[in-house]
Design a protein around this ligand. Structure first.
Ligand code: E4P
Length: 240
């Protein structure tokens, strides 16, 4: 919940403060490293951040990784996840510090492994924002949160793919994090379709990251298209 105060000057000259309590809607991140998709989605005003991963980066060809992340940060004013590829703590620390130095909005993505947890603990103590990736269970998320992760990313689509119920993990994490008033945010990763977004919002996940295709699907409704066509037809009959 967002609390803010609005000050109003009364005719008497006295200043009265009103406390405004509002909510913050689930944040939408785009799960891509494609600059055209990022620019397009950013122009809708609905994008609060970006997540990339080694697979998404590789799709863009042999770009300069750091430069590419910097360009994304210049387009989107919000967290931009960039993932380490080292698998040992030392390498993760080196890469993580390098990525964090690209831009203040960079969130370093670290996989949920034992080596990753060690790196998360050290980097988070240094003030680096961490997105713990490849999270598939509540115990993994708890460990990541305890290590100091800013965000945990459970991959719901990949759980669905192996006949698990991905959204059940989101429900469990919401309850666990709320039980202990942890600050760690829940980011739904591996989103496959709009229903994941709706269910995630109903559960109260903090963030959902989605491919551009899913973002486009969110706005689409056949009744909107049919209704608009009819409005324009009726208008033309009389006003044209
Ligand atoms: C999350 O941050 C990941 O980049 C992503 O959501 C993985 O999704 P996928 O299962 O579609 O590859």
């Amino acid at each position: 919940m967002i609390d803010s105060t609005l000050s109003q000057v009364e005719p008497s000259g006295d200043t009265v403060d009103f406390k405004i309590t509002g909510g913050s809607l689930m944040k939408f991140f785009l799960d891509t490293a494609n600059l055209n998709e990022i620019r397009d989605a950013a122009s809708w005003g609905a994008i609060d951040g970006i997540t990339t991963n080694p697979t998404l980066m590789a799709k863009e060809g042999r770009v300069d990784f750091k430069e590419h992340i910097h360009t994304i940060c210049a387009i989107v004013d919000g967290p931009v996840s960039a993932e380490v590829v080292a698998t040992e703590t030392e390498g993760m620390l080196r890469e993580g510090r390098e990525l964090a130095s690209i831009h203040p909005n960079v969130m370093v993505k670290i996989p949920c492994t034992t080596e990753g947890l060690k790196a998360i603990r050290i980097l988070s103590q240094e003030g680096v924002k961490i997105n713990t990736t490849l999270v598939f269970s509540a115990p993994q998320a708890i460990l990541a949160a305890k290590a100091g992760a800013t965000v945990v990313s459970p991959f719901v689509g990949r759980l669905d793919d192996i006949s698990h119920h991905g959204m059940e993990l989101i429900e469990q994490l919401r309850q666990i994090i709320d039980n202990y008033e942890f600050d760690t945010e829940i980011l739904i990763g591996s989103v496959r379709h709009p229903v994941h977004i709706v269910q995630g919002a109903m559960i109260g996940a903090d963030i959902a990251t989605m491919p551009f295709k899913v973002l486009q699907q969110l706005v689409k409704h056949p009744l909107t298209d049919i209704g608009l066509q009819q409005f324009l037809k009726d208008w033309e009959k009389v006003f044209k």
